[in-house]
Design a protein around this ligand. Sequence first.
Ligand code: NDP
Length: 311
Amino acid sequence: MAPPATGIHWPTRSVRLGSGSGLMSPVAPPESFLSLLTGSFATPAAENPTVAMVEAAYRHHGLDARYLNCEVAPEALGDAVRGARAMGWAGFNCSIPHKVAVLRHLDELAASASVIGAVNCVVRDGDRLVGENTDGQGFLASLRTVTDPAGKAFVVLGAGGAARAIAVEAALAGAASVTVVNRDRARGAELVALLRERTPARAELVGWDGTYRPPESAQVVVNATSVGLFPHVDARLDLDPDGLRPHMVVADVIANPPRTALIRDAEERGCVTLDGLGMLVGQGVIGVRLWTGVDPDPTVMRATLERIFTA
Ligand code: NDP
């Protein structure tokens, strides 16, 4: 197309920004002025650092893509999803309180999202919106850096959304058993029933009504409760820390702060530990891969979050 006679200088050749450039070059215009759009729908949204993590990956890999952090009230979720669909977004994350409500606005569910019954990542496939649950997959990606989940005995503390995603993905990845420990027995029993019906793993419930001591047989112990989340950084699980043994992998979903009381207790007892940043980065990596086709460098994403959480 010939440049219009406006005096504006239009690019005459395509220039790809190099991987790792981290900067938009003032002399190298992008190939297109239409960026790939992604983002997040949640409320509250302001404290969610995912935008910084994902955009760091986009910059690092020279991707002409944006991630918009959007404050979306429950009653506006349908409009937000229709808007993303109308504007051709490549996909978006859903966080609190939309992970279940978003299901009715989607065309299809990935296998594990359908078992978990919640979606935190939506991917456009042609004109269809497909719901994925990358929380549990992100956790497994973090876990696999230290051990294979197959054949392992898991203890999952909590039975909320994060626990559900982790327990289901661990069971589908071949965990031998999942022990769900929860205060609210009905909620815990629901997760155990789901694991028994939809996965091959053995599952049992322990009601959390006193100080819990993980059994010697446990190999992976995961805090999937909200205990320890900022600003309640000194909050402790009602758990006997001497039950944490050196052969155990101890993981926490709490990303802010990354060094929770549980992680410190487990380190002192010689356990291998995984903080909540590993899971957060893991789910972000999967989202970027699904939206852009590029496998992003997790170290860039983690470094961004570490800067934020230690600032
Ligand atoms: P939910 O509200 O769905 O579930 C909360 C769970 O925590 C319930 O099982 C609840 O037990 C339990 N719980 C809360 N307080 C206590 C307590 N004092 N003692 C024992 N158990 C307790 O929350 P989510 O599952 O969605 O989220 C949980 C945490 O996971 C959040 O802090 C969130 O930040 C984190 N998260 C981290 C991610 C990451 O990428 N790192 C991704 C997603 C979540 P009960 O049922 O008995 O009330």
